[in-house]
Design a protein around this ligand. Structure first.
Ligand code: ATP
Ligand code: MG
Length: 467
């Protein structure tokens, strides 16, 4: 039995839904306004909140935000009469767990309640289900187990089925292109071309010809007709990298293309229609570029229909060990070498580093380690000098360094025992409560999808591995 809150402006909807849910054995309360619902959510901890997304008066976005931040255990299910995939994606972006089209049925409500209990989504509107055998982001090569990366992977799986433009932001080396490729590989466009182009790598005129193509004789050196990236990728996906650096005149042309779906090759009188899904990426925050007047606001909104942020590695340290493992396997295979893993001290060094170059830097460090290591183990001396120095400097220095060391040591210990907190606490010779407090201080998450609690530790559920 779950404790459920139904929020809908229309009493008839509340009654209909509540009745079914009660009949299914749940305890149900209903509210008609967002304000009342908010107040109630703050007072009572609901397992599931079903809320109508479309009513202005509901302030459903606010409600979602509050629930997301203050009641992390509560699952939110969005109800909507629209039924468009965009509405569903919007809901997911706001942190909803699942999506329900109105009017709904007993079957569908049963299903949704079951997914709330299992913790995974079943249905999105059925348009364009991928033909691809790949179904998950991890099958497409994304590795990680932090909450941030799992949420990102779920998001990628969902938006892959839509055609909306995506804007991926994140620091250098965080995996923006990998995310772009995953979106393509999980989409119905998978049989068609994925084309990546770096907007910063071409002078203005050349960029135009690269994107839209040119006619023979359009400019000096244009000795043949040439197809542009968009035409080449017809039916597929174009990954437009470093989009912030696009010159103003090209921004106008790109906007026109997004509005009309038509391209006009340089030197051509006529336009033609192409169907591509655009995924743009930027390591500068594009909003700031807009605010500074360097990037067109209208283009920004066209590109960022679905914004995705890939967090830096230092904000998801839980991913370091699995990523290292993944790269060790890759490079061992490439080098034809047996490598069993990382020496515990080497893992400590990786855990203590702040990774300004993010995953690419980690990948390079492991590549180096894999090449240098001699007795089937990557050791500290096989690590790049920068990493070793950083950890040496920290040793025995200020309080802050001690904290860094402690954090790294706790993380490495957790890693060794497969994130079983009880065992980790024993090894560390501290109580589970102390461990819990430390992790909270260090901003390290607990069980997937939840904040750590002392009870959660006693239960000692290890993290789920890669999906
Ligand atoms: N979650 C991940 N799992 C496995 N490999 C990853 C992951 N994220 C990134 N990588 C790898 O890290 C490297 C860098 O990723 P990618 O090129 O996608 O980063 P980027 O954000 O586009 O970087 P830049 O801003 O410098 O262009 C790639 O080799 C990629 O395969
Ligand atoms: Mg890139």
């Amino acid at each position: 039995m779950a404790r459920i809150l139904v929020v809908d402006e229309q009493p008839s909807v509340c009654m209909h839904v509540s009745e079914i849910l009660r009949d299914l054995g749940h305890e149900v309360t209903s509210e008609h306004t967002g304000e009342d619902a908010l107040r109630l959510c703050r007072a009572i901890e609901f397992d599931v909140v079903l809320v109508d997304l479309e009513r202005e008066s509901m302030k459903s976005a606010d409600l979602l935000k509050v629930i997301h931040h203050e009641c992390s255990e509560t699952r939110v299910v969005i109800m909507s009469a629209g039924g468009s995939i965009e509405a569903a994606v919007d809901a997911m972006r706001l942190g909803a767990h699942d999506y329900l089209r109105k009017p709904t049925s007993r079957e569908r409500l049963t299903e949704v309640m079951a997914t709330c209990e299992r913790g995974r989504t079943t249905e999105l509107p059925a348009e364009g289900v991928a033909r691809d055998p790949l179904r998950t982001a991890s099958e497409s090569g994304m590795v990680g187990r932090s909450r941030a990366i799992r949420e990102l992977m779920e998001m990628v799986e969902k938006i892959a089925r839509t055609d909306s433009s995506v804007l991926i932001t994140g620091e250098t080396g965080t995996g923006k292109e990998l995310v772009g490729r995953a979106i393509h590989r999980l989409s119905p466009r998978v049989d068609k071309v994925f084309s990546a182009i770096n907007s910063a790598a071409f002078p203005e005129t050349l960029l135009e010809s690269e994107l839209f193509g040119h006619r023979r004789g359009a400019f000096t050196g244009a000795s043949n007709n040439k197809k542009g990236i968009f035409e080449h990728a017809h039916g597929g996906t174009v990954f437009l990298d470093e989009v912030a650096d696009m010159p103003a005149s090209m921004q106008v042309k790109l906007l026109r293309f997004l509005q009309t779906g038509e391209i006009r090759p340089v030197g051509s009188e006529s336009t033609r229609y192409v169907d591509v899904r655009l995924v743009a990426a930027s390591n500068k925050p594009l909003e700031e570029e807009v605010a500074a007047g360097r990037f067109r606001e209208d283009l920004y909104y066209r590109l960022a229909v679905i914004p995705i942020h890939v967090p830096p590695l230092r904000e998801r340290v839980e991913d370091i060990a699995v990523l290292a493992d993944h790269f060790i396997k890759t490079f061992a295979k490439k080098l034809g070498k047996r490598i069993d893993g990382l020496d515990p001290k080497a893992l400590d060094v990786l855990m203590a580093h702040d990774w300004p170059g993010n995953i690419r830097q980690l990948e390079n460090s492991i590549e180096r380690g894999a090449a240098l290591c001699r007795d089937h183990m990557i050791r500290v001396e096989d690590m790049p000098i920068r990493l070793r120095e950083a950890s040496l400097v920290r040793e025995g220095e200020t309080i802050q360094s001690l904290q860094v060391m402690e954090r790294a040591h706790i993380l490495a210990t957790l890693e060794r025992v497969g994130w079983n907190r009880k065992q980790a606490a024993e090894l560390l010779q501290i109580s589970t409560t102390t461990l819990w407090r430390r992790l909270k201080e260090f901003g390290i998450e607990g069980q997937p999808g939840r904040e750590p609690t002392p009870q959660g530790f006693a239960g000692a559920t290890p993290f789920a591995g890669d999906r």
